[in-house]
Design a binder for this molecule. Structure first.
Ligand SMILES: Cc1cc2nc3c(=O)[nH]c(=O)nc-3n(C[C@H](O)[C@H](O)[C@H](O)COP(=O)(O)O)c2cc1C
Length: 348
């Protein structure tokens, strides 16, 4: 029996297997933040390929929170309709859709002012951001709530907040990027405040029967003095109490250089520690490209679901190949695809 093809249920939502498509920004939007045909084809292909959970790329809660002008957005009601089509496309192609809400913070490359907890640039080549005022932070919490309310209208089954990889929320969590002296900086309780307020705001509008995921960097991997995985475990316990159902455990992104080794599954240990110590379902990711490694991660109970990124860019039908190799009959949105996964017989 294969663990990969066992379903996973989060709240009321059943995911048909343990493979998730990692969120990946494709830079295929227009400047209005709306879904295009390319988005529909891109995500539809991976859903037809049998992936259980499809996470969208970053969807910005504010125009200044976009990574690029080509990002998706959900700061305006006019952006709901395209995302509704996208969620239906993913569902009709057989997968559960998860919308990732984000704010790029100081890593935004859009023109105009960019914002962060403190006026510290991401790297030598980066612009110096404006330090957010207290009132602007309160406004951001409301922006997340308003985007989450619109996300309800899009019909996505699952919602994720991107709090990893050095974007705005992560910038608040880390002492390396947050030098504020007010309620939102200093001791870790204060650095965690923005995320905890956003989680409370979002959970109050996001339906009780739908899963809510947070993506975190377990460690900053940006040199000495950053957040530790032990602190992340304590943060996750707070998130769990606030109604978060799963944590997508990643690492790094706070600085341009990743301070650590990179090899297949290099971030799995973080996921395993968070799962064990905070007793919450977790997803893991990081250079995972083989079904053997996925199977080992699931059997060892290091994670509940495995996020695959670039391998699914190379091959949207990766999971169909895995099913064929393992001799598993995977449920397919287009059952006729099974004619291409059987033994060597004449096609007709
Ligand atoms: C082109 C590209 C775009 C990405 N965009 C996002 C994103 O929008 N949100 C996010 O949380 N992570 C993003 N990531 C990180 C991936 O989700 C994933 O963590 C990373 O690629 C490692 O997984 P992999 O080794 O399987 O590719 C992106 C990665 C790539 C390669």
């Amino acid at each position: 029996m294969s663990s990969i093809f066992e379903p996973l249920t989060l709240r009321g939502v059943a995911i048909k297997n343990r493979i998730a498509m990692a969120p990946m920004l494709m830079y295929t939007g227009n400047d209005d933040g709306k879904v295009t045909d390319l988005h529909l084809a891109h995500y539809g292909a991976r859903a037809l390929g049998g992936v259980g959970l499809i996470t969208t790329e970053v969807v910005a809660v504010a125009p200044s929170g976009r990574i690029s002008e080509k990002d998706l957005g959900l700061w305006d009601n006019g952006q709901i309709e395209g995302l509704r089509r996208l969620s239906a496309m993913i569902r009709n192609c057989g997968a559960v859709g998860c919308l990732q809400l984000a704010h790029a913070g100081r890593k935004s490359q859009v023109s105009g002012d960019i914002y962060a907890p403190s006026a510290l640039a991401h790297g030598d080549q980066s612009r110096v951001p404006q330090e957010l005022t207290y009132g602007e932070i309160k406004g951001l919490v409301k922006a997340y709530g308003a985007s989450a309310a619109r996300a309800v209208e899009t019909g996505f089954e699952c919602l994720e907040i991107h709090a990893a990889h050095g974007y705005l929320i992560h910038e608040f969590l880390s002492p390396l990027s947050n030098r504020r002296m007010d309620d939102y900086g200093g001791e870790r309780e204060s650095r965690w405040r923005l995320l905890l307020e956003i989680v409370a705001e979002v959970r109050s509008v996001w339906p009780q029967d739908k899963p809510f995921i947070i993506r975190l960097s377990a460690e900053d991997k940006a040199g000495p003095g950053g957040s530790t995985v032990a602190e992340t475990v304590e943060l996750v316990a707070r998130l769990k109490a606030a109604g978060v159902d799963m944590v997508s455990v990643s690492a790094g992104g706070l600085s341009p250089v990743f301070d650590g080794a990179i090899y297949p599954g290099y971030q799995v240990d973080y996921a395993e520690q968070v799962k064990r110590e905070a007793a919450i379902p977790v997803g893991c990711n990081g250079s995972i490209t083989s079904s053997e490694l996925v199977e080992a991660i699931l059997r060892r109970e290091s994670a509940d679901i495995v996020y695959i990124g670039r391998e699914l860019l190379r091959n949207p039908f990766w999971l169909l190949d895995v099913a064929r190799t393992m001799g598993v009959e995977a449920p397919l949105a287009i059952p006729t695809y099974a004619r291409a996964t059987g033994p060597y017989v004449r096609g007709h």
